[in-house]
Design a protein around this ligand. Structure first.
Ligand SMILES: Cc1cc2nc3c(=O)[nH]c(=O)nc-3n(C[C@H](O)[C@H](O)[C@H](O)COP(=O)(O)OP(=O)(O)OC[C@H]3O[C@@H](n4cnc5c(N)ncnc54)[C@H](O)[C@@H]3O)c2cc1C
Length: 402
């Protein structure tokens, strides 16, 4: 670290490093419990995975598409209820400022598997989670005799990640700063981290002291751990290559396509760009297998897929683009998604990966259980933060807002 002019000390009960859903949700919960929380992020709020998310608050059904309920689907089962309470202002965090883009999603089956889908979604286990939509009520773009599959309404909502990030960040802004993302750490012989030392914009040297440290930096956790001289927990990155289709002609579509494999071929959500143009943001198997394709090959593939599955849809004049984003998670050894939100404790350092936006409430509960409810000596306050010269982060733009 270069020679710095003078020094400032900031003292918090808990320091959270990160600026996505994991940091934001957890910080709100811990502040509500009376902890003095400081947040440091290296970019604007939501950069990384959170604003790239499709906003689906999964209840786990997507992971049950292979035809049976799995660990992943069970870990997610409570989440829609906890989000709904928060959206109504009656839950653990106040999400009344969040836009619910759709209260449910449409499951649409390929015609070839319509009878299998009817049997599965109509089964006793899934009753009330996915209800058949009569043909006369089929919404666009399925309101045509050309569509010969079966539609179900899946009671899993889709939220707008931009308003979600803004709503969670607003009450935290007085306790948050944008930093360079790295520090010199003071680590005791007992492995406890006591201080982080880093420069502010005036070239002064800031010493941040905290009782607990939470690494909630998504893909940035690996570098933070390395800078502390730690190799565990190991991280895995699973890339996605999402597709964006922009056109004023697009109807709202929040849907999961059911194919023959365990993963849905297409997951489509609808968002609105800053200039008012609607866009479909498309993930699913298309985005997983698409990591091997170039941007133009991915667009060609997506065009062909839509022509094949929804040939009547008029996409003439639409603008196509792609977005590459890595999912950052604990290393599983198999390359698969871990079954639930992940929290690892070493001394007073917690490393966290929610693995799903929807699992943020579960993640925060795990953190709270490990930290306990006893707040530090100066309950709720962060001493010295106003004396350092670092900016308060703004909300970033969603990557599809091209
Ligand atoms: C394309 C895509 C679609 C998805 N769709 C859904 C969905 O519909 N539903 C769902 O439940 N989940 C979805 N997910 C998963 C979900 O987005 C992630 O699990 C979740 O957003 C991870 O949040 P996070 O806070 O851990 O990480 P991130 O959102 O990546 O945030 C990490 C933050 O830490 C900051 N940072 C990095 N390094 C440092 C540092 N050194 N110091 C401080 N800050 C640092 C970064 O700038 C970043 O803002 C999707 C993921 C992707 C990629």
């Amino acid at each position: 670290m270069p020679e710095l002019a003078s020094s400032q000390t900031v003292e918090a009960d808990i320091a959270i490093l990160g600026g996505g859903i994991a940091a934001l949700w957890t910080a709100n919960i811990l502040r509500k419990a009376g902890h003095g929380v400081v947040l440091l992020t290296n970019s604007d709020w939501g950069t990384g995975q959170t604003l790239a998310a499709q906003g689906v608050i999964h209840g786990g059904l997507k992971y049950a598409l292979a035809g049976k309920l799995t660990d992943s689907s069970e870990a997610l089962a409570d989440m829609p209820g906890r989000w709904s309470l928060s959206l109504a202002g009656e839950g653990e965090v106040d999400l009344r400022g969040v836009t619910v883009l759709s209260p449910s999603q449409i499951l649409w089956s390929l015609p070839s598997i319509a009878s299998k889908a009817v049997a599965f979604f109509g089964s006793q286990t899934l009753r009330n989670r996915a209800n058949p939509i009569p043909r006369k009520d089929h919404p666009a773009p399925f309101n045509t005799p050309d569509y010969r599959g079966q539609l179900f309404e899946l009671g899993e909502m889709v939220v707008d990640p931009v308003s979600l990030v803004a709503t969670l960040a607003t009450p935290l802004n007085p306790f948050a700063r944008k930093w360079t993302g790295s520090a010199d750490w003071t680590i005791g012989t007992d492995g406890q981290v006591t201080d982080a030392i880093f420069p502010d914009q005036s070239g002064r040297h800031v010493t941040l002291r905290a009782r607990h440290w939470i690494l909630a930096a998504g893909a940035g956790n690996a570098a933070l751990l390395r800078s502390m001289g730690r190799e565990t927990p190991a991280m895995q990155l699973r890339p996605l290559h999402q597709v964006v289709i922009r056109s004023a002609k697009l109807p709202p579509l929040y849907s999961v396509c059911i194919g023959t494999g365990a993963k849905p071929p297409l997951v489509t959500t609808t968002h609105t760009a800053s200039d008012g143009t609607p866009l479909w943001y498309v993930g699913g198997d298309l985005a997983e297998t698409g990591v091997e394709r170039s941007e133009s090959a991915q667009i060609d593939f997506a065009r062909a897929r839509f022509r094949e599955l929804l040939p009547w849809l008029d996409l003439s004049g639409a603008e196509w683009a792609t977005i590459r984003v890595d999912r950052a998670e604990p290393h599983t050894g198999t390359g698969d998604r871990p079954p639930g939100a992940f929290v690892h404790r070493q001394g007073n350092v917690l490393t966290v990966w929610p693995t799903k936006l929807a699992l943020a409430p579960n993640l925060a509960s795990q953190v709270q259980a490990l930290i306990g409810t006893t707040a530090g000596p100066a309950s709720g306050t962060v001493a010295g933060l106003d004396t350092i010269d670092l900016p308060i982060p703004s909300v970033a733009k969603a990557p599809w807002d091209l």
